[in-house]
Ligand binder design. Sequence first.
Ligand SMILES: [Zn+2]
Ligand SMILES: [Zn+2]
Length: 90
Amino acid sequence: MPEFTFRTVAMCRDAAHGKITNVGGFVQHFHTNGRATCTCPAGNATTPCDHIEEARELVCDYVEPVDGPPAPGNRCPKCGQPVVFSKWAE
Ligand SMILES: [Zn+2]
Ligand SMILES: [Zn+2]
């Protein structure tokens, strides 16, 4: 059994709650575990389809362990939305 330690980190609302986008007539769903799926025939493959690559531009993926601490007022340093705090396994 792997052992995880958890700490509380800031992340963008987009990254914490998942986000739905619409590219090329298909729907992309960005999941809170970092995975993304698309309703097109290639959408569940291990390699992201073009729609997901394109939709990533529309979705903020700020998480503190990767991108550093939040901006003053607990704002996302990438897009300016309020951040939320979540447990993070390491
Ligand atoms: Zn797709
Ligand atoms: Zn953001």
